[in-house]
Ligand binder design. Structure first.
Ligand code: FES
Length: 211
């Protein structure tokens, strides 16, 4: 059987560039893949005048292809304008790696989504979002799909930990099926605040636990 990975993929898998976390990152995101359940986190530092990426790091909880793609996209995106970095496609990343097996395309897509979401997170925090849709329950739900349930490694929606969502007058309330004293409660609250609180028309986020 022919070995499915290029030299370049192996090089980036064995010695990935820009691995780690940026403390106090200007933009950050964690994305999970519906195809395999793996995750990737991307952190960016941004020059607010030029709107360029001055530093970028990633953490992968995925496979070799995901690690290699995370590594190559951080190299491609460093120094780029946010607008240009948003346009990097998984195909471009795959080409820069000398190609990925078709069955591994979703691993590259996951890394690209991590990068785009980290940029989106920066834009939301800085009022740079162009298309301002009013926040609905559906939007909140889709954001909660990006919050991991540390008990299972899957998201809060898929693991049915969210028992209710209310959106009214800029206040979003999320009911979580855990006691407030649970070891992961504060972590989950922080993640929810992070994902929902940056939406342009959200003034407050209330996370209610079961007690
Ligand atoms: Fe999950 Fe590659 S198989 S990221």
């Amino acid at each position: 059987m022919k070995f499915p990975y290029s030299e370049k993929v192996l090089e980036h898998f064995k010695n990935p560039k820009n691995v780690g976390k940026i403390d106090n990152a200007d933009g950050k995101a964690t994305e999970g893949s519906p195809a395999c359940g793996d995750m990737v986190s991307v952190y960016i530092s941004v020059d607010p005048k030029e709107l360029t990426i001055t530093d970028i790091k990633f953490e992968s909880y995925g496979c070799a292809s995901n690690i290699a793609t995370g590594s190559i996209i951080t190299e491609l995106a460093k120094g780029m304008k946010l607008e240009d970095a948003k346009k990097i496609s998984w195909q471009q990343a795959s080409d820069a790696l000398g190609g990925l097996p078709p069955v591994k395309a979703h691993c590259a897509v996951l890394a690209i989504e991590g990068l785009r979401s980290a940029i989106e997170n920066y834009e939301e925090k800085h009022g740079l979002v162009k298309e301002k849709k009013p926040t609905t329950m559906e939007i909140v739900r889709s954001r909660l799909k990006k919050v991991m349930n540390p008990l299972s490694g899957l998201d809060l929606i898929r693991t049915e930990l969210v028992k209710g969502i209310d959106v009214s007058g800029g206040i979003v309330t999320v009911k979580v099926d855990l006691p407030s004293g649970h070891q992961f409660a504060s972590n989950i609250k922080e993640e929810i605040d992070d994902k929902i609180g940056t939406l342009w028309d959200v003034k407050e986020v209330h996370v209610e636990f079961t007690d």
